[in-house]
Design a protein around this ligand. Sequence first.
Ligand code: PLP
Length: 426
Amino acid sequence: MDLAFDRQHIWHPYTSTLTPLTCYPVTHADGVSLYLEDGTELVDGMSSWWSAIHGYNHPRLNQAAHQQINKMSHVMFGGITHQPAIDACRKLLELAPDNLQHVFLADSGSVAVEVSLKMALQYWHAKGEQRPKFLTLRHGYHGDTFAAMSVTDPDNSMHSLYKGFLPEHLFAESPRGGFWQEWDDNDIVDFRRQLTDNHHQIAAVILEPIVQGAGGMRIYHPQFLREVRALCDEFGVLLILDEIATGFGRTGKLFACEHAGIAPDILCVGKALTGGYMTLSATLASKDVADTVCGGEAGCFMHGPTFMGNPLACSVAAASLELIAENHWQQQVKQIEQCFAERLPLLNHYPQVKATRWLGAIGVVETHHPVHMEAIQALFVEHGVWIRPFGRLIYMMPPFISEAHHLDQLLNAVEAALQTPECFQS
Ligand SMILES: *Cc1c(COP(=O)(O)O)cnc(C)c1O
């Protein structure tokens, strides 16, 4: 592959044209493995950012794509419908919390978040109330488009760069108590205060249930979510849950909100929706939200992307949701969690390690110093794994089909990095 062309002309996620790092050329992927151009096999610890939960080149997902592409790849969704959309949405509603009755299909996670925020704003407009604010948490991540970014952690997403353009919302302290720790009532105090003081202005609370992903890989106590749901009900504020990372079994429950036994008014899903095959997301709404939005001045929900309900993506999503419904993920994720629970605490004694944490098929090592990206990436590749840390976080969310020896290989590589000072900035 022409890596020089890539380096000179192609932007990768969050990269500089001035100091581009070399990318690893992948030619194909199969099962839990990525294959480099030189034949090197890498055990994937990232599921291509939470999405390839069933592994790569999956026969049933391939079959769904092949069958659909021979019929039609795409057709507009305005005034037209098709079986793949009906199959995907029916399966999605079967899996999602019962109160969610309406599905809006969108292009990517960020757009699903945009859609959820627009729904909440249209909801209050229809009720004749001015509610221009959203309440969310510090250390959150909801995407890179403007509205999604406006409810993402202000420091991590550098709100200072877009001052004057980016709407300013309310940020409560994120809970400090971990999933496996004792619940501490102090963790809800700031959130409760902000909601109490500002509820007349707040259209909705938006947050990532149980796991704050890209904003810090924090895994928090389910009681926090129960308190949030109760406070939203008390003050009559909508609750949007962003399960774009956590949805479809990743945390050991089908949806992370099930750890708390609560349901949102609006739910965003994406990432693993197509098993990582194609970009597709969905925003699910309760009947009350949908009916109120559509009973308002516009008489409809004001959104409709060109590639809405893309049949190719929907047919693969339907096949992926069918795999989920067969329930093998529960045992698979439990095995991955057991492996993390056994091995991650053994890393705590390394001087570089600040903390380790895990839940379901998510394992995190937080270090004292930021990683040295080029060095640690090279070390991981040498050890035959693909793990992409950021800042002070080395984290893994392997495909659910990963076996014990794959997980050992990932954890051995992480341990090797912790023994290598060159992998960290000092
Ligand atoms: C990845 C992610 C998004 C954004 O999804 P994209 O498909 O990258 O736009 C939003 N919210 C959460 C929680 C995510 O993990």
